[in-house]
Design a protein around this ligand. Structure first.
Ligand SMILES: O=C[C@H](O)[C@H](O)[C@H](O)COP(=O)(O)O
Length: 251
């Protein structure tokens, strides 16, 4: 046997390692999603989050619905709505009902106080509306999302298309006033500005570290072109965070 030929190249090892990481990370997301199934009871009105972790929760819920579990759900994005429809999960809107019992959603960052950064997938506006209309918001994630201080993940800010330049300048000013370490970019998709389900753009703001999330939130919401931002403060009541040793609970 030619030993040289049977050895993997450095690139192959890196590719295999990355593949294993993706599989492991997805497995952890599944475990967090499964743990959050304990939060839902038949007859509940449930908010359905968006993203790769929330997707697993919707799959688990769909499997229960197929067995007779009763619920009425509000999806936080078109993608989640389509997934839920395919699984025959009964859907409604916040025009039909005004409150939800619980919302289960992912997060891009979570700190020990359960403050969040969300919007990596661009669904932050609907996610925040649905979370605020819920008696309880439950976050599901793998522990890589748990941080000491928010801000390493660039903060998604949903902005109106009108007056984009002026809004960018005003948001940059807020970043400067609040000690941001990085810059601001207009999110792109397929070579053009990314558009949210609500028809807005997203600015990703690299703070590096957000030491006073409340101040940043208030200042951003004072910018007329800002529709909403991805800081979720005082909304999350519980989190299920999975790592290789199991699922840890916050809240
Ligand atoms: O806009 C997207 C949402 O806020 C997601 O819940 C968030 O980005 C986390 O997504 P994932 O579970 O894919 O990491």
């Amino acid at each position: 046997m030619n030993l040289r030929r049977s050895l993997l190249s450095r690139e192959q090892i890196i590719r295999f390692y990355n593949y294993c990481e993706i599989i492991l990370s997805d497995e952890l997301k599944k475990q967090a999603a499964l743990a959050a199934m304990s939060e839902v009871k038949s007859g509940m009105r449930i908010g359905l989050g968006t993203g790769s972790t929330a997707k697993h929760f919707v799959d688990y819920l769909g499997a229960e619905v197929a067995k007779g579990f009763e619920c009425l759900c509000v999806p936080t994005s078109i993608a989640t709505m389509q997934q839920a429809q395919a699984l025959n999960i009964p859907l409604t809107t916040l025009d039909e009902i005004d409150r939800l019992d619980v919302t289960v959603d992912g997060a891009d960052e979570i700190d020990e106080q359960m403050q969040l950064i969300k919007g990596g997938g661009g669904a932050l506006l609907r996610e925040k509306i649905v979370a605020a209309a819920s008696d309880k918001m439950v976050v599901i994630a793998d522990t890589s999302k748990l941080v000491e201080t928010l801000g390493k993940f660039a903060l998604p800010i949903e902005v109106n298309k009108f007056g984009l330049g002026a809004t960018q300048n005003a948001v940059s000013d807020v970043m400067q006033q609040t000690g941001a370490e990085g810059g601001l970019v207009l999110r792109q998709s397929d070579g053009k500005p990314f558009e949210t389900d609500g028809g807005h753009f997203i600015l990703d703001a690299s703070f590096g570290r957000i030491s006073n999330a409340q101040t940043v939130s208030e200042k951003l919401l004072n910018v007329p072109g800002v529709v909403q931002h991805g800081l979720f403060l005082g909304l999350c009541a519980k989190a299920y965070l999975a790592d290789a040793t199991g699922v840890k609970q916050l809240g």
